[in-house]
Ligand binder design. Structure first.
Ligand code: ARG
Length: 261
């Protein structure tokens, strides 16, 4: 995670960002700290990346890389405003002794567009990550990469429309169908017949931008419609308020990069 020390909305690269709308920075920091402290209270280790004054979106750490089986696929950002974030992430991994690192040829925005199940990588395309980043990820990770077409600019990253709830299986996800093309909706219905299907209000509240450890699901508290379906399937929903970060077009998942293996 990267603290929102320098978070602000001075440009707009997704429909949620309005540079005319003020951000309450102390509140953003308090909301972010609450998320970090919840992870720690649940027993998870949280590493912190040093924020950079010229990179206001760096708080959205999920976009900086994708780590699967201890292998690090670096990011390559679609917009110049975020380009320099990729190197900051790679530097962190190198300093930490990660050796299996791939600097990508094609645009991919890390876990913004890559979601990991027990044996697959689900991969979004349409707004940010290049379709060519999918075979690149498949070759590097040695896992089947399943491409999914995003069609609604409000759900510009896969992690705004789909969440893996248990990565020890290939069956537990929740998603918002309308964010995907008809063909990708059919793919999702085949792969995940038992998925939790989100309604528009919960998707709009960024309820799919959640992080699950297989039991606890941290998600925006405004996504009230997801709590009961999650409980019915044996998960423990934990609601958080990240309203200030939503002004940048991100929430729980965007702020969290998972270090797998
Ligand atoms: N302002 C950032 C952008 O548009 C938000 C990124 C949100 N991150 C995510 N994983 N969806 O790039």
């Amino acid at each position: 995670m990267c603290p929102p020390t320098h978070f602000k909305v001075t440009y707009s690269i997704n429909p949620w960002m309005d540079p005319g709308k003020p951000v309450d920075l102390p509140l953003a920091l308090a909301q972010w700290e609450d998320l970090r402290d919840r992870y720690r209270a649940l027993g998870h280790t949280v590493e912190e990346l040093q924020p950079h004054p010229e990179l206001p979106d760096m708080v959205f750490a999920a976009n900086g890389a994708t780590v699967v089986d201890g292998r690090v696929l670096g990011a390559r950002f679609a917009y110049p405003e975020r380009t320099a974030e990729a190197a900051a992430h790679l530097e962190w991994f190198r300093a930490r002794g990660y050796r299996d690192i791939h600097e990508p040829e094609h645009i991919n925005e890390g876990e913004g567009d890559f979601a990991v199940t027990a044996s697959w990588v689900l991969a979004g395309r349409g707004f940010r990550s290049s379709p060519l980043s999918h075979p690149e990820a498949q070759e590097f990770f040695g896992r089947p990469v399943i491409g999914l077409d995003l069609v609604n600019p409000r759900y510009y990253h896969l992690d705004t429309a789909l969440c893996v709830l248990d990565d020890t299986t290939d069956s537990e996800v929740m998603y918002y169908p309308e964010a995907f093309s008809p063909g990708s909706q059919a793919v999702l219905a085949r792969l995940f017949p038992d998925a939790i299907i989100a309604q528009e209000a919960d998707a709009e509240a960024f309820g799919l931008n959640a992080v699950s450890d297989g039991r606890n699901v941290l998600l925006p508290q405004a996504a009230v419609g997801l709590f009961e379906p999650l409980r019915q399937r044996g998960y423990e929903p934990i609601g958080l308020d990240l309203s200030e970060l939503l002004k940048g077009g991100g929430s729980v998942k965007c702020c969290t990069q998972e270090l797998r293996g």
